[in-house]
Design a protein around this ligand. Structure first.
Ligand SMILES: Nc1ncnc2c1ncn2[C@@H]1O[C@H](COP(=O)(O)OP(=O)(O)OP(=O)(O)O)[C@@H](O)[C@H]1O
Length: 242
């Protein structure tokens, strides 16, 4: 099954005041790409432009063959998962996932079975009645994944989805995302600060620096000893700061 659509940023320019960004990027249908780069370099802005939370001043964003540059987020074929706060505190797990299916929670029996299947797929069967506060951080991120699965949108954007998890859980989540990618064929962009996550998730890595794409290639190459100086400096800095 291949759900994914290509994502293209063509001559996109965007600024927050004096902070200028400029992105040219082509991602193939059903590709998974890790996005890395220093804090404040523009990684979240890149995802927000694709999701429609920000609009380019210049340039175009295409998803499939459609120019979505000025479409509101709800009209784009995209789901987004954030570092945290993906769930509504007052709703139980089942309802939180079901929102991906129906914003009014009027659910058909097909909707209910899709929610049940997605919960089982991410390892949360049996926890349907729990509120988010009764789930662990890793379980909450699995719930956010389940909601993205039932939405069946062709493009999944993940903004540091593992950042609040410990090392064991991060590895489990990265493996789950890689498996779901293989199963669904969604096009997935994942922002991460961890070279380990990037290598586990995606053959391809895009390195964002000072509002532009400074390197784009195989994660193993870019993160290796012969990788670009800018990536090596960033990875070295991260190691020293921990
Ligand atoms: N809503 C905003 N208003 C003004 N400036 C912003 C806004 N959001 C981000 N910025 C600025 O734009 C730049 C890029 O921010 P962005 O959040 O995209 O970086 P990032 O690479 O995702 O950083 P981090 O790794 O710290 O999350 C930064 O200089 C940031 O201060």
């Amino acid at each position: 099954m291949s759900l994914g659509l290509p994502v293209v940023l063509e001559g996109v320019r965007f600024a927050y005041g004096e902070t200028r960004m400029s992105f040219d990027l082509a991602i193939a249908a059903a590709e998974i790409v890790a996005i890395m780069g220093p804090s404040g370099s523009g990684k979240s802005t890149l995802l927000n432009l694709v999701a429609g939370f920000e609009t380019p001043a210049v340039g175009r964003i295409l998803i499939g063959d459609r120019d979505v540059s000025t479409d509101p987020p709800s009209q784009r074929p995209v789901s987004m998962i954030f570092q945290e706060n993906n769930l509504f505190a007052h709703l139980d797990l089942f309802a939180n996932v079901a929102l991906g299916r129906s914003p009014t929670l009027r659910l058909s029996s097909d909707d209910r079975s899709a929610v049940g299947e997605a919960l089982a797929r991410v390892g949360l069967a049996g926890k349907e009645a729990r509120r988010p506060r009764e789930l662990s951080g890793g379980e909450r991120q699995r719930a956010a994944l389940a909601r993205a699965l039932v939405r069946r949108r062709p493009v999944l954007l993940m903004d540091e989805p593992f950042a609040s998890l410990g090392p064991g859980l991060r590895a489990d989540m990265a493996a789950l995302v890689a498996e779901l990618h293989r199963e669904t064929g969604m096009t997935i962009l994942v922002v991460t600060h961890s070279p380990g996550d990037a290598l586990a998730l995606a053959p391809r890595m895009v390195f964002v620096e000072a509002g532009r794409i400074a390197a784009d290639g195989l994660a193993a190459d870019l993160l290796g000893d012969a990788g670009p100086e800018t990536v090596r400096a960033y990875v070295g800095e991260r190691r020293r700061s921990r």
